[in-house]
Design a binder for this molecule. Sequence first.
Ligand SMILES: [Ca+2]
Ligand SMILES: [Ca+2]
Length: 149
Amino acid sequence: MSIKKTIQTALIGICLFSFSQSAFADYDGGGDSPTYAKPFNRGEFASGYIDDRYDVDWFKWTNDTGITQTVNVYLSTPYWENYDIIAVYKLRDGSYLTSQDIDRGSKGNLDHYKFYYISPGYTIYWKIVPHTRNDFSTTNKYFTWFTLS
Ligand SMILES: [Ca+2]
Ligand SMILES: [Ca+2]
């Protein structure tokens, strides 16, 4: 393989890697704690797998809009599973306050949590969790996103 070809291949590899990072198709193996929460951008969709009964995926968004916001977080569960949202607030002392599981019942439904009065600069967290120990999948993805209102 020529040097040019090698460099080309390496560049394609890097491009694919950064694409998969930003498209964030497979979130396997990450996001298991607030430290590794996937930072969200406005307008972004994320998908991932809850790939075993103990897996959780954390996400976060910092209010970069300059004004106080109401944030609607959504979770689309794969049809054959039931995942839930748990909303998490980081407190001033660094501890975390978590909501109850947000669940709209039957499989495939859209779960929704509303964060009220989120100040500029404040970071909200939410995590995707299995509803029961039987809800996980290595082949069916969930989708999560948020809107401001
Ligand atoms: Ca995870
Ligand atoms: Ca649910």
